[in-house]
Design a protein. Structure first.
Ligand SMILES: [Zn+2]
Length: 385
């Protein structure tokens, strides 16, 4: 199962993603974007927020949820005895590795990157952040050579069961990696609809003792931003053997709750102490698809739900058993979809189906509806993808 989100935000005076300082001048991250013109396209530079910055916000939200044990639900699989034991232990023991548990002290998510000896499945079982957001751990070749061939060979044989391509251990060095189950685009302005600007803000601190001004400038950005998020639900909690961890369903629940926390709890971006961005959630769309992934159309200022639907119809007609559910919310009144007309289920001409084009009223409702639907589906087929 796969979930794709496309979201729109109006953000004013933000310094969410700063890149470097020249003396007393701090720059906002920018990227070249293509804007539509009467004659074609032109390149403009505009403020952006990197996917890495958003992933970092998500990891913090996920780790905080786990540390606080908010929203822990009883585990669905396993016998009632082991279930209750698991549930009990999961209430006291956060499913986090030492690095993720102490991310605030460390200042980031190292995810055991220097420890290539802890095998992939063990990492997935012990840390929800490593499981959902992926990791890479390497060991340098020189160190490996010093430690001797025998140890390298031992690592190789014990990792035999690891999924091909995700883990490797060789005499010349070793690395273990897991692809993130959640993917974030850059947050970029919808420059076809509105100009995005960056402007340096002038600040002064006056020193009474030295009787002098300390001047500094920080660039701030304002834009209607778009963000795309993909969640590979089937990959969450999946081990190299293609089996799932026992608490898979709770991990999926926590992933979507962390997404909501990231937005509602203002986790995205830096400089919140003096540049807390004013964010307005304008609208967004989400599609749940299975068995094959389907991504929503870019949430630009047009009827992106109708566009997504049009594409989805062709998609389900070409893929056997493909099913897509669509949710959206729209505070700009861009969407003109007739929900009843757009709902078709197992039409004779259709191989797959599109069901439930459902309007929600807020970003939180959108994520909650997606989460509820995904959870329901997983509970029905707990061992399926
Ligand atoms: Zn971790």
């Amino acid at each position: 199962m796969f979930v794709s989100f496309g979201l729109r935000f109006r953000v004013n005076v933000e310094a969410m993603n700063m890149v470097e300082s020249f003396g007393n001048y701090t720059r906002h991250r920018t990227a070249p974007l293509l804007r539509k013109t009467d004659n074609g396209y032109e390149v403009v530079f505009a403020p952006v927020v990197s996917g890495q910055a958003i992933a970092h916000a998500f990891m913090r939200a996920l780790a905080d949820l786990e540390l606080n044990k908010i929203g822990v639900t009883p585990l669905q699989s396993g016998s009632s005895e082991s279930g209750s034991q698991q549930s009990k232990s999961s209430k006291t023991e956060p499913r986090l590795c030492e690095d993720c548990k102490n991310y605030q002290t460390i200042g980031g998510f190292l995810k055991r990157s220097g420890d290539a000896n802890t095998l992939l499945d063990n990492r997935v079982k012990t840390c929800i952040v490593d499981d959902v957001t992926g990791f890479m751990a390497t060991k340098s070749s020189s160190k490996s050579e010093k430690e001797g061939k025998s140890k390298a060979m031992a690592t190789k044989s014990s990792s035999k069961s690891e999924k091909e391509g995700e883990s490797e251990a060789e005499e010349k060095g070793s690395s273990i990696r897991r692809t993130s189950r959640i993917m974030f685009s850059y947050m970029i302005p919808d420059i076809d609809a509105a100009r995005a600007t960056i402007f340096p803000q002038f600040h002064v601190r006056f020193n009474n003792i030295k009787n002098e001004n300390a001047i500094f400038q920080i660039e701030s950005g304002s834009a209607v931003y778009m963000l795309t998020i993909h969640v590979n639900v089937s990959g969450i909690g999946q081990l190299s053997t293609e089996q799932y961890v026992e608490d898979r369903i709770d991990r999926v629940d926590k992933t979507f709750t962390a997404l909501m926390t990231m937005f509602s709890g203002s986790y995205i971006g830096a400089k919140h102490a003096r540049y807390l961005p004013i964010i307005e959630f304008l609208g967004g769309i989400a599609a749940i698809s299975k068995p094959m992934p389907f991504s929503v159309s870019p949430p630009k200022r047009y009827d992106y739900v109708a566009d997504t639907l049009q594409r989805a119809y062709v998609y389900v007609n070409n893929i056997k058993d493909e099913c897509i559910k669509i949710f959206y919310f729209d505070n700009e009144e861009l969407i003109k979809v007739n929900e009843n007309k757009q709902t078709t289920e197992n039409q004779s001409q259709t191989q797959g189906c599109i069901v439930n084009v459902t309007r929600k009223t807020s970003l939180e409702e959108l994520i909650a509806a997606v989460k509820e639907d995904v959870m329901e589906e997983l509970k029905k087929n707990s061992n399926k993808k």
